[in-house]
Design a protein around this ligand. Sequence first.
Ligand code: HEC
Ligand code: HEC
Length: 157
Amino acid sequence: MIVSFLAIASMTAGLACDTGDGGVADGSCASGERWGGGEASSLMNPGRDCIGCHRGEGPRFAVAGTVYDAVDEADGCFGVADVAVHLVGADGKTVTLTSNDAGNFFRSSLDLAMPYTVRLEYEGRERVMTTPQTELDCASCHTGPGRNGAPGRVLAP
Ligand code: HEC
Ligand code: HEC
């Protein structure tokens, strides 16, 4: 945690605000669309670790991630819009977020009993993370190849 914070801090040293580059070449996304870099917005850096970078700059998020339709989609590629991301708390209470045009979803504050599970809902279909988690930074596990046992990207149902 400390190491990655320092890495981000030194990466951004000398820049007023590092919003990242586009991350991926045009034409290399399964979705056919990508974030091209530039101005910070809710569509920025799909697939990347929003919470990790925002620890140094930008708004703080309690939860953030990106929904994709390919398990191994590269950082910077746009994902799937309008997916309902239901975060189900240990007490059964649910908080619902909706993915935007980049596939990104995020919220700055959250009242959720830990550990939580996830149920995605899209066009009448569902996909569930049954393993309870306490970390709300989805991209810390759901990278292209996947980390910490995650099967790759957060995949749309
Ligand atoms: C490489 C670092 C980095 C990553 C990764 C990153 N951001 Fe940002 N983001 C920033 C910075 C820096 C700002 C503030 C820019 C400014 O103040 O001009 C920002 C600002 C924002 C804002 C506010 C934009 C506005 O209009 O003020 C939103 C929303 C946002 N980011 C969403 C996200 C989401 C969602 C993700 C992950 C999918 C993400 N960011 C990933 C660096 C990053
Ligand atoms: C600490 C690592 C970790 C974090 C953080 C995490 N996940 Fe997962 N996720 C996993 C693992 C491991 C699996 C595979 C086991 C399972 O399906 O329960 C998984 C599976 C899933 C699945 C089901 C995949 C499938 O193909 O059936 C979805 C959907 C999902 N996660 C969404 C999310 C969302 C959304 C977030 C953030 C709110 C998140 N995950 C945060 C580790 C994580």
